[in-house]
Design a protein around this ligand. Structure first.
Ligand SMILES: NC(=O)C1=CN([C@@H]2O[C@H](COP(=O)(O)OP(=O)(O)OC[C@H]3O[C@@H](n4cnc5c(N)ncnc54)[C@H](OP(=O)(O)O)[C@@H]3O)[C@@H](O)[C@H]2O)[C@@H](O)CC1
Ligand SMILES: [K+]
Length: 498
């Protein structure tokens, strides 16, 4: 899934996905510094410029709502008309008198047409300036029906009907070719289902004063290298410094555990060991570099170097019950997945003490109940509930920490939708935690590396890789992430354009 293109200086919070309340606070702060219509003029001009760059002159109807989104629309109309385009404005309702939007509406001296399906259908291009990203209540059916009649749409800030905070559709919304937003993208630009309607997303610089960022610490981040940095390897490395990953291996389903082990080994773990008990012979048939232990778990836990454990992939619930409590009692950093989630779903307190869980949406619902409303809110509430990082896996993966940090990963490929892919991810994350990364950052980095490996494996295998194909691209993925993180750091330092 492509990332929104940001065309603004990124010295502050380059990965932020602004929540509507954060954006409102910035607007308030900016209003004390700039004339009230300056940002609206800049926003409308930026959208008009994008349209001029992307389309040849054509008949445009700008559909304007009563708020500031509509205000931006009047500025787009004025600029396009100034450049000789044929432009009409269809207003859903007039802006409130005395507002910046009303001032912009008063500056529009061109044609006004009724806000009807016929008018919008008659235009070659419709600019959707009805509602912006702060939408909180459903768009009425008759309004949505008018927008639905448009042949092609460019949205200002957000397609009307998509909640910027969550990507939920409030009422109805329609697909757009292009969405131009401002300052930083919003969660709704990257979270499904709303993100599917945005088309290409461009984030424009509208000259937001630097001081307007004061006091704003964005909660939600777009998961990219630079948000985190991978552990650096050096000449003095040895296997225990790179980190040890241990896995609980079951007797019945060795495949999943082996995929996790491979993910960990290819992601830089110095040593990967499987505690396999009676199942040891099956694991010994496999990779010779994998250490297989058949001693009792209690004995293995005497080794303090074995800090990071994976519990769940390839385990039955009985096998989880026989191992997870021991790991938690021994105060290990535990990643719980698959079988451990099924066991934990019966009683959430069984997961107390795990560092992270990695459920897909089905497992998430079994653990935490139905997801109503924002998935971001649901993931965060779950992380607080179990006091662990929650990785809610999907085409757009959410990584939530109990301290409130949230990231959304869109660097992925549908090639990852294959059995065993999640087991590999658990191994990747474990390797990063074993190397000393913070749990939330390690989960963010692991999800990105796994996505990158999926993209590359997809290319190498005609779009249809197996989970077994995901491990080889993990080394190159690390190199790519390290390079991108360095470049992001350079851009942040110089405030240059992304
Ligand atoms: N920093 C930035 O990013 C900048 C952002 N800018 C722009 O500001 C935009 C945000 O503006 P905004 O806050 O005025 O919101 P917007 O969506 O235009 O409309 C609110 C109006 O719609 C109404 N209304 C709401 N929902 C409704 C519904 N379902 N059905 C019917 N009515 C509904 C609501 O009514 P009320 O709730 O008050 O009753 C109110 O009258 C943003 O998207 C961007 O384009 C730039 O100008 C400058 C810099
Ligand atoms: K809009």
């Amino acid at each position: 899934m492509p990332s929104p293109e940001i065309s603004s200086p990124v010295s502050r919070h380059p990965f932020a996905l602004l929540l509507p309340e954060e954006s409102d606070r910035m607007d308030h702060a900016a209003a004390a510094i700039l004339p009230s219509t300056r940002l609206m003029e800049n926003a409308g001009w930026a959208v008009a410029r994008v349209i001029r760059n992307r389309f040849s002159p054509r008949r445009v109807t700008v559909a304007c709502g009563p708020g500031n989104n509509g205000g931006d629309g009047y500025v787009v109309a004025r600029n396009l008309a100034r450049w000789g385009w044929s432009v009409r404005v269809a207003a859903l309702a007039a802006p409130k008198p005395g507002t910046p939007a009303a001032e912009m509406a008063a500056c529009w001296t061109g044609l006004m047409v009724p806000f009807t399906a016929e008018e919008l259908a008659g235009a070659d291009l419709v600019v959707d300036a009805v509602f912006g990203s702060g939408l909180k209540r459903p768009v009425a059916d008759d309004v949505a029906a008018v927008l639905a009649a448009a042949r092609e749409v460019v949205a200002i800030d957000m397609p009307s009907g998509v909640a910027g905070a969550s990507g939920e559709i409030l009422g109805k919304a329609r697909d757009c070719t292009l969405t131009v937003t401002f300052v930083r993208p919003r969660p709704g630009h990257v979270l499904q289902p709303g993100s599917d309607l945005c088309g290409e997303v461009i984030c424009a610089d509208i000259g937001m004063p630097d001081a307007a960022w004061d006091g704003i610490t964005p909660v939600v981040q777009h998961n990219k290298p630079g948000l985190w940095s991978l552990p650096v390897s050096g000449d003095g490395d040895y296997k225990y410094r790179r980190g040890v990953v241990s896995l609980c291996g079951g007797a019945e389903m060795p495949g999943a555990t082996r995929l996790s082990a491979r993910g960990a080994r290819r992601s830089g773990a110095g040593l990967v060991r499987i505690s396999a008990g009676e199942g040891a012979p099956a694991y010994r048939l496999g990779d010779p570099g994998l250490i297989v232990d058949d001693a009792p778990l209690s004995e293995l836990l005497e080794d303090a170097r074995r800090k990071v454990w994976i519990c769940g992939p390839g385990l039955t619930e009985d096998e989880v019950a026989a191992t997870l409590p021991q790991l938690l009692k021994a105060d290990r950093i535990v990643l719980a997945d698959a079988g451990a989630l099924a066991w934990g779903a019966q009683d959430l307190s069984r997961l107390k003490g795990v560092a992270a869980v990695t459920p897909h949406i089905g497992e998430f619902r079994k653990l935490f109940g139905p997801v109503e409303g924002s998935r971001l809110d649901a993931a965060l509430a779950a992380a607080k509930r179990i006091n662990a990082v929650v990785v809610m896996k999907g085409p757009d993966t959410i990584i939530a920490a109990p301290d409130g940090r949230l990231a959304i990963n869109t660097h992925a490929s549908s090639a990852l939708a294959t059995a065993g892919s999640g087991d590999t991810l658990t191994g990747v994350i474990a390797a990063l935690l074993a190397a000393g990364m913070d749990v939330w950052e390690g989960c963010c980095a692991g999800v990105w590396l796994h996505g990158e490996a999926g993209i590359e494996a997809g290319k190498a295998h005609g779009g249809w890789p197996l989970a077994e194909d995901l491990d080889l691209p993990l080394g190159p993925a690390r190199a790519t992430a390290t390079r991108l993180a360095r470049e992001a750091g350079d851009k942040k330092a110089t405030g240059s354009l992304l």
